[in-house]
Design a protein around this ligand. Structure first.
Ligand code: GDP
Length: 632
């Protein structure tokens, strides 16, 4: 927050510090020319607002709009004169044209940000802070019993003394045990957790990792560990399904130890609790451990303040309008408060607790559903109460403009080429790599070879936040965003959801089929010598719905185009269970009896591949072409 709204700073080098971008973004030559041209002029840094139009920027830096547009094009951004751009982008343009910049943030926005930051950081230091309930998220592999566990806890603890008490789903609930409260976020799985983190929110104090005792550590278990670790949140392991005769808790302990999640009774620092969600065994122990972990971390907040916190869920209710579940993290939220949540606001008209009861106030760690927001915020947006309605409006306008500008230029991921640029301009850098491979053997070989690169590089430190087998998933992409990693796929491809997420987030995914090439390219980037020449550009995705054998013996597949298009000149990759089993050209592409040059999304077609006759129903095909990438 301070980074974005910390107010004007003098002489900050734009772009570079925040996104690791900007410096050396263009080829060395033209950048040097730009700087040299302006070198003799001694100017005051120019103050730029968080969002401005191309025309406004041009005026402020005494350039023509055309010059600005050209600079933007050099950065790969197509913008016309009235398009709004954000500060980071404007600053890069200004720098290229020889200006130092500083960010000029409106007073109301600045004050709100400072206020939010101080509310968030009060924790231990605020003398009025009192202890608050821990907020717990349950994560783990599918079918290991997350939902069952959440339900079991809710039923034993919420319904107590409340015959027939109906709990309604608002995305979070609070229970009471030993006279103390615990808040559970009710969206199991780490998608919610990472989506929030990707938006800069941290709602969870304690993560409960559920592992089924009969199934052990699975891919999503590993992912969850990586997510929890990168968020620096304490873990409790719940070994579930302990009632089964095939339960093997020791195996779970051993497997998790290999991931450095070491049980306390094995000398580590992670509490393990054996439970059966089905038979409601061990739940008390689990809750007690959660409270103990909370005590160790001395969770506190000051309830005597205006409220702030995070949006857990939001949806439009047909009769009630936008409804949002908020988790109060600090202060007390009251009915009639003016709330700014993400890029929207509203006055709280009514408030309900997790059992649908009307409440008038909500204290720290309490989840509540509120009515009154004008539009839907997003899960993971932060919210805060603002006293002055005019200031609230100003903040919202500002954020909406920022959002628009970011959707034009906003890339949150990091690219391998950026690393190369950082190294070339003498900045030390860290390269984080998420590795996905088709089989465990290659995965291990790749990990070892990548980490070994550290021995020969002083400038760049390489680390691997997560490595696993299987297709590249949406969760890998969000982990890449939160940890600012690139993703390396070895003989694997992203599924359609992951591909969309990648495009939206601007994460760099690199695919290899030869380990040597993979290592070589990463090594080159680390040494600032990378010259990425070709990049695969995806044309579309299709699915095999049917197959036919022609009299010639060749197999033709009936395809349905799921996304994008297929062109006659595309190359095709055949994916079975997320693994690439063939790559090659197209032999024939037909609609009905006619040869066609292109087939678009939503249509069916017949397809034969060069030298591959093993297409099967439900194989996924990715179509792509190679493009030469300008070194930027
Ligand atoms: P989730 O995908 O992690 O949310 O898993 P669910 O809560 O849906 O549980 C998956 C399956 O495991 C369901 O059939 C549950 O009934 C079963 N299950 C969950 N907990 C237990 C348990 O403690 N013991 C046994 N035997 N089965 C369980």
């Amino acid at each position: 927050m301070t980074d974005t709204y910390g107010g004007p700073r003098t002489g900050r080098r734009p772009g570079g510090a925040r996104k690791g971008k900007g410096k050396g973004q263009r080829t060395g030559g033209s950048r040097v020319v730009a700087v040299r041209r302006s070198a003799p002029v001694v100017r005051e840094p120019v103050a730029l607002p968080p969002v401005l139009t191309v025309a406004e920027l041009a005026e402020k830096i005494e350039a023509t709009p055309i010059e600005v547009i050209k600079e933007l094009m050099g950065m790969g951004i197509m913008a016309s004169i009235n398009v709004q751009i954000d500060y980071a982008t404007a600053a890069r343009v200004a720098e290229n044209l020889g200006w130092e910049t500083l960010e000029d943030v409106p007073e109301a926005v600045q004050a709100a940000a400072a206020d939010f930051e101080s509310r968030r950081q009060e924790g231990q230091t605020d003398p009025d802070a009192v202890s608050r309930a821990p907020v717990v998220t349950i994560m783990g592999h599918v079918d290991h019993g997350k939902t069952k566990l959440l339900d079991a806890i809710r039923q034993t603890k919420v319904a107590e003394g409340e015959a027939g008490g109906i709990t309604q789903h608002i995305g979070a609930y609070q229970i009471e045990t030993q006279g103390r409260k615990i808040t559970f976020l009710d969206t199991p799985g780490h998608e919610a957790f990472t989506a929030m983190r990707a938006r800069g929110a941290q709602a969870t104090d304690v993560a409960v990792l559920v592992v089924a005792a009969d199934d052990g550590v699975m891919p999503t278990t590993r992912e969850a560990v990586a997510h929890i670790r990168s968020a620096n949140v304490p873990i409790i392991v719940a070994i579930n399904k302990i009632d089964l005769p095939t339960a093997n808790p020791d195996l779970v302990k051993q497997q998790l130890s290999e991931l450095n999640v070491i049980p306390e009774d094995w000398g580590g620092d992670v509490p393990f609790v054996e439970v059966s969600a089905l038979q409601r065994m061990g739940l008390e122990d689990l809750l007690e451990v959660a409270l103990l972990v909370a005590d160790v971390h001395e969770l506190k907040a000051n309830p005597h303040k205006l409220a702030s916190g995070v949006v857990i869920e939001a949806k439009v209710d047909r009769s009630r309008g936008p409804v949002a579940t908020l988790l109060v993290q600090s202060g007390t939220l009251n009915v009639r408060d003016i709330v700014v949540a993400g890029a929207t606001m509203g006055r709280v008209k009514a408030m309900f607790d997790d059992r649908g009861r009307r409440v008038r106030r909500a204290e720290p760690s309490m989840p509540v559903e509120i009515l009154g927001l004008l539009e839907l915020p997003q899960a993971g947006d932060t919210f805060q109460v603002i006293e002055d309605e005019r200031a609230a409006k100003q903040i919202v306008e500002q954020r909406q403009a920022q959002k628009r500008a970011e959707s034009l230029t906003g890339e949150r991921g990091i690219k391998l080429t950026e690393l190369y640029n950082q190294v070339r301009t003498g900045q030390t850098a860290e390269l984080r790599v998420i590795v996905k491979a088709d089989v465990q053997g290659s995965l291990e070989a790749i990990q070892a070879a990548l980490l070994k690169l550290n021995d020969s590089s002083d400038e760049v430190k390489l680390s691997i936040p997560y490595a696993g087998t299987g297709a590249i998933s949406e969760s890998d992409v969000s982990l890449a965003v939160t940890t600012r990693s690139i993703i390396i796929g070895f003989n694997v491809r992203p599924d359609v959801a992951a591909k969309r997420a990648t495009d939206a987030a601007g994460v760099d995914i690199r695919y290899y089929t030869v380990i040597y090439n993979l290592i070589d390219e990463v090594k080159a980037a680390m040494q600032g010598m990378l010259a990425p020449v070709f990049e695969d550009v995806t044309d579309g995705y299709a699915e095999v719905r049917d197959t036919f054998r022609l009299p010639s013996g060749d197999v033709v597949a009936g395809l349905y185009v799921l996304d994008g298009k297929i062109t006659r000149n595309s190359r095709a990759r055949v994916l079975r269970d997320g693994t690439v089993i063939h790559e090659g050209g197209i032999r024939s592409l037909r609609r009905f009896k006619d040869d066609v040059r292109e087939v678009a999304q939503g249509y069916e077609c017949g397809l034969g591949l060069d030298s591959f006759n093993d297409l099967r129903v439900s194989d996924q095909l990715e179509f792509f072409h190679r493009e030469e990438v300008a070194r930027n």
